[in-house]
Design a protein. Sequence first.
Length: 388
Amino acid sequence: MNRKWLMGLALWPILASAQAPAQAPPAQARTRATSSITAHTSAQPSSQLRAQGHAKAPATIKEQPSSPPRARPSSGIEAHQPRAQPLQPPRAPSQARAPARIEAHSHAQPSSQLHTQRSAHLSYATQAHITAPVRIMGTVWQPDQEHTQPAGNWQKLGAHSLLVQWSRAGDVAFVAGCGGQPAATPPDWKRIAAEPWAKEIIMGLAGDYSETAARRSLPELIQRSHCLARLRWPVRIHAWYFPAEIDPTWTQAPQLRPLLAQLPHPLWVSAYDNTNMSPAALCRVLKASLPANVGVFFQDGVGVHARTAAIAHDYLHGLRRCLGARHPVRLIAEAMRPVPEGGFRAATTQELSAQLAMYGGEKVWLFEGPRYLNPDLVRAIAAQLHKK
């Protein structure tokens, strides 16, 4: 081909650009604008979460964006939906389970996934309570054959209420008079009732160590619970608790509604959401499953890496807005953390104090007293609480 013609063709864009009027490069302007926006939206949760191996918050305050958070839409429930995570195969149940659903908690997200949750910022409700003191109201006790004599110094935290998970679990009876195989060492109920951390007892009725078995035998558990509620207890019962735990994936949960209506009041149940479907999803199930004036203990999920404490606090507020006065909502803070080989350990002082720091202004029950709230941990947490 003609070399001169090729050279002319190569020079043509240069000559044309020299004759064209100068224009600002829009791509560069857009790049600068994008980088400015990114600087305000790419705040990530603290790397300390991964280093400590759990989804809690010392951490939580560092999760705040560099700019003030935007006000959420008025429909706070729908506006605060953590991204649903895929279910994973359940592992074998541990001997130290969170209220009857640790086996279900095997669906909890790894801590690295928590950093991608949509709600990693703090809501105005959460920020407003950070500076207020948390109030430790009580502890949870989950009786089994190895834990029938709860003992601790939990009153140093302010605890005076004891939530008993159940008084019969499967065929094991922790009180005489309603059948079942008596526990090898029955609880000393009179001694327990005299403890400063058990001035108010919320007594669990009939349940099962297996959540799946409990959900399949609700009518039988209700019958056993009727018997337990009619006993002449050696302790003063402040309220009752039915240990069927509700989560958004339990499609048969509405069958509870007529059954729970048969039980004495005040009455409480508990709820959790390991899959982070959203407060709205859990609220819909609870509304369909609970008769009026049945309260809910919400399990924060921090101890099983389902969410951070900051997100749990927002989730709690979402449930309260949705359920209203007909179903009061209380908070259970999980004071344990998973270990790689399976099972759980007690939270460290740093882990638990950072978790509780996000619940300022809330009344909290700690799970679980005999297993995880050892005297040294209690003293360390109490010293921090008293400083505030």
